[in-house]
Ligand binder design. Structure first.
Ligand SMILES: [Zn+2]
Length: 63
């Protein structure tokens, strides 16, 4: 298994989540992720951030 963020195989086990999926930490980029964590659609947080960036870019263009 590799880190989904930087594709490094330098990862360590880092406990588990309440839903039973194992948590890992990447020693390269120090980010945590869950094993076999299948993303259920796009996280709400992501879409909100994306919309905000989009609006910001639009505003920047106009000025
Ligand atoms: Zn990584």
């Amino acid at each position: 298994m590799n880190c989904p963020h930087c594709q490094s195989s330098n990862i360590v086990a880092c406990g588990s989540q309440s839903n039973g999926s194992k948590k890992h930490k990447c020693k390269e980029c120090l980010k945590t992720f869950t094993e076999g964590g299948k993303a259920k659609g796009r996280p709400k947080q992501y879409s909100t951030d994306y919309d905000r960036v989009k609006a910001w870019r639009k505003r920047r263009k106009q000025n």
